[in-house]
Design a protein around this ligand. Structure first.
Ligand code: NG1
Ligand code: ZN
Length: 527
């Protein structure tokens, strides 16, 4: 380790006195001006991680759906997954070390994680469109250079594109080519193959309006446009040329506010969707002829995909399951279990938990209600499907296997991906001849409300049972139980956010008034 370089560069990226941050559900998130030392140090950590696992590691500068003034950084592990939980603690230690302790902390990490500093290292970097992202990604490079290693800066990319690149690189191209063209070609080819098998699609069905949250999604969709087949005509709104990132628009705004984004003019029955600021989430919606807004969230996306896959998998001996979090609408869980007869599992909030659980099945569909999700196919399932495409004699079965194979190639299995998910959804709607209204009508969401409140210390709330029950502070769960009992079809829970300094409150009940009242009452109980 070049100690002189470490001293010199860390002095250029000083840690504000008294600031402590934690590697949370989505890495580090904070006001951008507090993050320079963090990203520099994550550059250091990415090199250590790369040396530890002898693979390329990704580092993404983004704060997703959070306000434009915020920023964040997270590391991407070799197969495009989130950073291994055992390293989150190292990230937090390195982030919070005083300058004079940096070398000691690095040495400790090397000892604990058996990192050989003489090994090669390689890091892929990406960033979103925030004004602060470019400078922060330069600081990442400073960190990389201090410890020495190769890097490739992809510049402006969506979060899932960076995950894809890392996976391609570490699988020697088996997952695809680690370039943007490679990504566009892989997705568009699979999409075109899939919709070749569809029969319908009137003129109206072709059009899709997309709110890009004034973020990176707009840029990347524009780049991808030449690859799109005529069957899909996309119209991009909130492209970042006029308004601020995530301001009154984007998937998180639409989901939490349960209303359409600004900047998108929606006619009755038009199919619309919103990406979030780094294009890893998507929600759909439409307005009916009476002017009522209908949200189609991650739960309904998971349901649509499950229906489609279940039909194709019917003759295979594959185990399929859906993974949700406590935020999943109660009626989605009921529909999946009781009508569709698909096993459903509930895990803690955070993509890493969903992804991990979904890996247990041949086909694991996971979605957060907020629209972050994907489908994982086990190696065995994938090999079998690809083999059936080549060898199956029965035409119908071979066609089904072909569709599954194209689905495998279309879905970004590394992480939730708004572009890939959108193409999956568009393909399924076309193949099944479903309108957005028919999709929405699969089940009716229970009225619900998501609130957030600021408390002195959100960590006083400790939860259990996939965050559905509070263990501490004492007495809180009993109060929530008593409040829930007052309403019909009701459910409520609280948990500390992993990305913001707030406590989140979720409530469901038979009517919107009751869901709102229950959420409000629970929020008062939290203080
Ligand atoms: P927190 O802030 O921990 O609730 C939010 C989302 C998560 C996940 C992360 C990462 C909700 C209720 N929570 O986490 O599901 O997407 O952000 O972006 O939507
Ligand atoms: Zn995001």
């Amino acid at each position: 380790m070049d100690l002189e370089a470490l001293r010199r560069y860390s002095a250029l990226h000083p840690k504000p006195a008294g600031l402590t941050l934690q590697y949370g559900t989505a890495g580090f998130r904070s006001r951008a001006e507090q993050l320079d030392h963090i990203v520099f140090r994550m550059g250091l950590l990415a090199i250590l991680r790369s040396k530890a696992v002898t693979a390329t590691i990704g580092i993404m500068v983004t704060a997703s759906h959070n306000p434009e003034e915020d920023n964040g950084v997270k590391l991407v592990d070799p197969l495009g997954e989130m950073l291994h939980p055992s390293w989150e603690e190292y990230a937090t230690q390195l982030a919070n070390a005083e300058e004079q302790e940096l070398q000691k902390v690095i040495t400790e990490i090397c000892q604990k994680a058996e990192v050989n500093l003489h090994k090669d290292a390689s890091v892929f970097i990406g960033r979103d469109t925030r004004p602060s992202s470019k400078k922060l990604s330069q600081s990442v490079i400073d960190g990389i250079q201090v410890l020495g290693g190769q890097y490739h800066d992809y510049g402006l990319v969506t979060t899932p594109q960076l995950h894809y690149m890392v996976c391609c690189q570490n699988t020697q191209g088996q997952y695809g080519k680690a370039t943007l063209e490679g990504y566009y070609e892989k997705l568009s080819k699979a999409f075109m193959e899939l919709i070749k098998q569809s029969h319908c699609s009137g003129e109206n069905q072709k059009h899709l309006k997309i709110d890009c949250a004034n973020g990176i999604g707009a840029l990347k969709l524009s780049e991808m446009k030449p690859y799109f087949p005529q069957e899909v005509v996309i119209h991009i709104y909130n492209d970042g040329t006029k308004e601020k990132l995530n301001h009154l628009c984007g998937a998180d705004f639409v989901k939490v506010q349960q209303k359409p984004p600004g900047g998108l003019d929606m006619k009755p029955n038009e199919r619309c969707c919103s990406f979030d600021g780094d294009a890893d989430r998507i929600v759909y919606y439409y307005k009916d002829t009476a002017g009522h807004f209908h949200l189609i969230d991650g739960d309904k996306i998971a349901t649509l995909i499950s229906i489609f896959l279940k039909e194709l998998l019917v003759k295979q001996d594959f185990k399929m399951a859906v993974v949700q979090t406590a935020y999943a609408n109660g009626n989605s869980t009921r529909y999946l279990q009781e009508t569709l007869k698909v096993p459903v599992h509930c895990v803690k909030t955070g993509v890493k938990h969903l992804h991990h659980k979904a890996q247990e099945f041949d086909v694991g569909v996971y979605f957060e209600a907020n629209g972050h999700g994907t489908v994982l196919f086990s190696k065995t399932a994938e090999t079998k499907i690809r083999q059936l495409v080549k060898e199956e004699k029965d035409d119908e079965k071979r066609e089904a296997a072909k569709m599954l194979e194209n689905m495998i190639d279309l879905i970004n299995q590394t992480v939730g991906d708004a572009v890939s998910d959108m193409l999956v959804i568009e393909a399924i709607l076309a193949l099944k001849g479903l309108t957005v209204q028919q999709w929405d009508a699969l089940y009716t969401d229970l009225p619900n409300r998501l609130l957030k409140v600021q408390v002195a210390d959100r960590r006083v709330i400790d939860t259990t049972d996939a965050e559905r029950r509070a263990l501490t502070p004492p007495g809180l769960q009993e109060k929530i139980d008593a409040l829930v009992k007052k309403y019909k079809l009701s459910r409520a829970f609280v948990r500390p956010s992993g990305t913001e300094d707030v406590v989140r409150i979720y409530a469901e009940a038979d009517t919107q008034e009751n869901a709102d009242a229950l959420a409000h009452e629970v929020s008062l109980a939290v203080f």
